[in-house]
Design a protein around this ligand. Sequence first.
Ligand code: PEP
Ligand code: MN
Length: 370
Amino acid sequence: MIIILKPDADKTSNEYKSLQTYLDNLNDITIRMHEEIGEQQRLTELYLVGNTAALDISQINNFSVVERAVRVSREYRVLGRHSEDVRDSHFDYNGVRFGQDEFNIFAGLCAVDTREHVEEMMRAIKDLGLNCTRMGAYKPRTNPYSFQGFGKKCLPYVFELAGKYDIKVISMEITHDVHIEEISYALEKAGNPTGVMLQIGTRNTQNFELLKAVGRQRLFPVLIKRGFGITLEESLNAAEYLASEGNHNVVFCLRGMKTNMGDPHRNLVDFAHVPVVKRLTHMPVCIDPSHSVGSRERGPDGMLDVMHAATQGVIAGANMVLADFHPDPETALVDGPQALLMGELEWFVEDLAIARKAFLERKKCYNKYN
Ligand code: PEP
Ligand code: MN
């Protein structure tokens, strides 16, 4: 059960104390408090774990500090969408809003290689009026002899340039909890010119200790990729690990499933699951067409498969797009063959805008007939 308190509920008030006394007297139930401190108000949620079946929900709703109590199903207690659940489906980070009604584009480098490429990428993003990007510093590679990313060495110039080009959020994969400290340290040293969304890659979706560590920190939001060889339920439970440790600012990313049935694409594109994840959870849903498709192949219409897949996800309601670009894919150290070219960025953004508009039109059409 989740008890949502009224905004700015005063924890020293007698009303709050009487709720507290009631909760303290419950047997076999543990309570975890989660607070979200926004610019306008402080929101408090109490998570009751244990045998809550016998609790009388109307009795709890009668406490004057309670906004609403919600019974949750066993699955995805925090991130799940439960009946009569009025919790918000968005969060704000560094001036950017993420949510099931929002739309953000994160075009950028799969892996940081040179300062010049980072700068070229960020300048192009700013020129188009965008303010988010992806920059891989820590790369999880299948082959131990492959380039593993420049790690903390590249962070100072990545953050400095992000400040220069007014980039608000950088999606950056981490593969070890020590990377959280490295990123915090580098950000602070650079004067916090930007924000970072910690990315959990598909290979680490079930690295539970990493998930717990990332979930324990509240400084950075998290983008978790669907595991490429596990069920959707298992991947959503992985996301719930983050939330169960306290971090609710989680975006879920579809990136295709590993199977030869998807050939000739690198993975079988799973963007039909965008509305499914939105139905089951409160998480904003991201799509990664680059790692799904994995090539620069194009249809006889001239349009790239990556763009076809991306627009399919957006027209189904995706809230974020993560895409690989590179100024010179031939020299890219990771995933060059799937990178879009700088000259294709404007086209890509316009193509996505068409798909987003079509999604919003589809919503209007639904409202007309329902
Ligand atoms: C990536 O986004 O750079 C990446 C490695 O993706 P995935 O974890 O989906 O393979
Ligand atoms: Mn990649």
